[in-house]
Every structure is written in structure tokens, then in C-alpha cells.
Design a protein around this ligand. Sequence first.
Ligand code: AMP
Ligand code: MG
Length: 502
Amino acid sequence: MIYAIDENAQAKAPGPGGWRLEHSYAALPAVLHVAVGPTAVRAPRVVAWNRTLAEELGLDAEGLAGADGGGGAGAEIFAGNVLPPGSAPLAQAYAGHQYGHFTTLGDGRAILLGEQITPRGERFDVQLKGAGPTPFSRRGDGRATLGAMMREYVISEAMHALGIPTTRSLAVVATGEEVWRQDGARPGAVLTRVAASHIRVGTFEWVAARRDEAALRALVAYTVQRHYPERAGAENLPLALLEGVGERQARLMAQWMGVGFVHGVMNTDNMALSGETIDYGPCAFMEAYDPATVFSSIDRDGRYAYGNQPQIAQWNIARLAEALLTVLHPQEEQAIALANGVIGRFGEGFQRHWLAGMRRKLGLFNEEPEDGALVEALLAWMHATKADFTNTWAELETLAAGAEGELGVWRARWQARLARQPQGAEEAGRLRRANCPAVIPRNHRVEEALAAAEQGEVGVMERLLAVLAAPYDHARAGAADVAEYRGPAADGGEGYRTFCGT
Ligand code: AMP
Ligand code: MG
């Protein structure tokens, strides 16, 4: 297999700094990438450095972090001023459906340095986001603001701590340069994003739109090798890929829904084939429960509202199926039937994962047919009373204990249901606590940390990151220094808006 991944890569010794970069993506057909390097910036300064992730990647966390609070090796590398040894930078080509409309895109401001092989033999893309223009920049400047990159850093790391598959953030480096946005000059920054890969639904749409069947087949084979090796022996590789992606996305959507995450811009170019959450632009966590919750200022019709996310994921899977149609089966009718089978099963898969997650949040170990209705009744109460989603789940016992009215009635049902399983209250409580986060990145807390970081004060953000690193530690969540991160905004956060792609 031409595009097979080097299974012996981990045997190679790392270079200086712990870098072990490979370039399997660059071996794919040329329509998929363009060689381009980052553009140097004036005065790089590390604002955030993820030491734990650096260590997991096998990087010399200490040497690179010589950059902490100033210049140095890490600052130069993660700003794009100096290339790490063995890098071969490129921008990836892709297309995508944005708000339902097809467009060609590509990395307009992101540059892939290569794939780092970790000491455990895993392969991760290391990408600089905001590293300067590429042939895909269109009218954009190729840059990013410090606020937006810090936002991605904070939320992606929070998602990771919540146990949800996601791209990670290794570093944010302020560039010392200004970028111009609608609201004037903002401090610029480069984010180092680490991902299982950056292959998107839109990557397949790009190749399909060019009617390049050889490239499409190569991309299918590559993606299966890289993300679904357990399916590599399948007779119909494109179908196996489509099924795998459908299953992972169904699970991912259930995980998002379980913590109140609103991605905000689920365009097909922002859906990763690896099953990781990707592209933290206008995303935010819902506070008061309402399926219609939308934060993105440009999502006026609520296409990407909290409650729509599973259907949108299914819609995106349908776009992937369309892109794969010519290779799914030589006969179009049969190809469509295969595609429809996968698309049709998505809803079921999501529902199964969602209910399993909700059972855990309720402390239920076994299954009863009425469990779905029990969850729906609680959600209906939350909706009607505008209850805080996270805190209601986290404090359900105490909240419901003295409740009268609807919640009181619901509590009696829940208690009766708990009594019908062999596990006791203590075990149920433990299951609940492991599945109901005590802390999430509250919008006003994130904004406060970003504003401080823009002013050069990173302490606020570091404290927030420390709290977000242990979301299921309920014992610690009771302490005063964590408790202050648990309340919703004083004004209830109504009308909170996020802004995209800056
Ligand atoms: P997003 O909405 O962040 O997923 O971005 C959509 C597309 O716009 C991607 O192809 C980005 O690379 C591109 N893009 C976003 N911001 C910029 C920028 N400042 N300069 C160039 N391209 C950009
Ligand atoms: Mg994107």
C-alpha cells in the first residue's frame, strides 16, 4: 500500500528537542496539499504552554518551555519563526458546506509542520494556526487574534479534561503584531494545534468535486489506515470508512449533548474524520437548559443550535457519503442504497449513546424501557424553569431532595427507579459524579480570562485552566476557590454572543 503509515516510526530516535516528525500526508496526491511555510512574526512571546501535552508528545518540555514568559526556543518555533527539525510545512486543501452551501476553502491561516510520532508510537498532526497567508487565504490575512486562539486553547483543553475526543492545544504565542478585525486592531497570536489528523468531511468533498477518483481512493485508504486500522481488511473500504465515521460522530454528538456543548459552526469542513471535536470558533457551553440555545452571532437561523447538533452531524455524514458515492459501488443505485443505510442508522446510534450517557448521569447501571421518558421529564422541567444544565445534573440529589411540584413528582419516579437496581445509593452516586461535571468553562469566566490575557495578565487564565483540568473532582469542587467557577453569570448569561473565525 503506497500510502501506508510507517509502523516502525516509533523505533526511530527523536531529534533535538524531542521532535520526530513524519510526513505521511504529504505523500498523498498533490491535489490535497501545497508546500508553504509560516511567515515570521516580530516579537514572539509564549502566553500559554501545555507542558503535560508536550511530554505526552515526547517533546523536550523543559527545553522548549525555556520560553515561559518570554522569548526562547519554544517561542520562536511555535510562532513559526524557526522550523523544528524535520518539518516540511504545508497547507491542506479542502472544501466544505458552510451553513448549507458548498465552497472551496483550504487552510487559509493554518500550516501543518508534520506528524509527531510520540514515544508510544502514536501519530499527531502539529499545526500552527494563524501562521500567515497560504495559497488558500483568499482575502484573509492568514492571522489570528490572541483572544480567539486563547479561547480555543481553554475550551479544547476543557473538553479533553471532560473526556471528550478533541484536538489539543500545545501553545499560544503572542506575535507582537496587530491584526485588524471588524472591531479594530487586536493583538495577534499563533496557536499550536495537535490533532489525530486534520482530515475533514470537506477534504473528501474537495477531491470528489474535482472528480479525481484515484485521489479519492488514495484518501480513503489513507484515512482508514490512520484512523480506522481495525477496518483496513474490509471488502468495501469506502463503506467501512463511512460506517466508522458515522459511529464515532454519533458517539461524539452524545458526548457534546451530555455536557451542554454548543459547537456553533458545524460546517462540513469543521468535522474531523478522526472523530475529534475540531475548530473552536464560536463554541460555548449552554447554561440555562434550552435546546434552541445559539451563541454564534452569525448563526441567525439557529442552524447549529444545541438541539440541532445530532441532525446536523447526520447531514454532514450525508455530505461525506455523497463525496464517496463514486467509490462506494460501481452502480450508482447500489451506492446510494449503501450510503442511505449508513445515514439512516445514524439516528439510532446517536440515540443509543445519548441514552447510555443519560443513564450514567442519573446513576443507572441497568436498562428499563421507561428510562428515556424519565430523562425527558427532567429535561422538560429544566427547560420550563430555565435551570442551569450543569449544576442541575451535578447537584440533582440535593436539588430534588426537598422539591415539591413537578420536580418532587419526578424525584419520586427517579428514586423508585434507583431502588429497582441492585447497586446501592453510594455506587449510583459515584457513577453520577463521574459523569456529571462540577465545572465547565462558564462563558463569563472564559471572557474574563481572555480579556485579562489580552492585557498581558495570564494569571486569570491559568487559574481557570487549573480548575477546568479536574471537572469531575466533586470533592475539590466544594472548596471556595473552585466554587466561584461554578455559578452562572449574574445576569443568567442571556444574550451572550460569540464571534466566529477571528
Ligand atoms: P473557520 O470558519 O474558522 O472554519 O474557517 C473557514 C475558512 O476560512 C478556513 O478555510 C480558514 O482557513 C479560513 N480563514 C479564517 N480566517 C482566516 C484568515 N484570517 N485568513 C485567511 N483565511 C482564514
Ligand atoms: Mg474551520
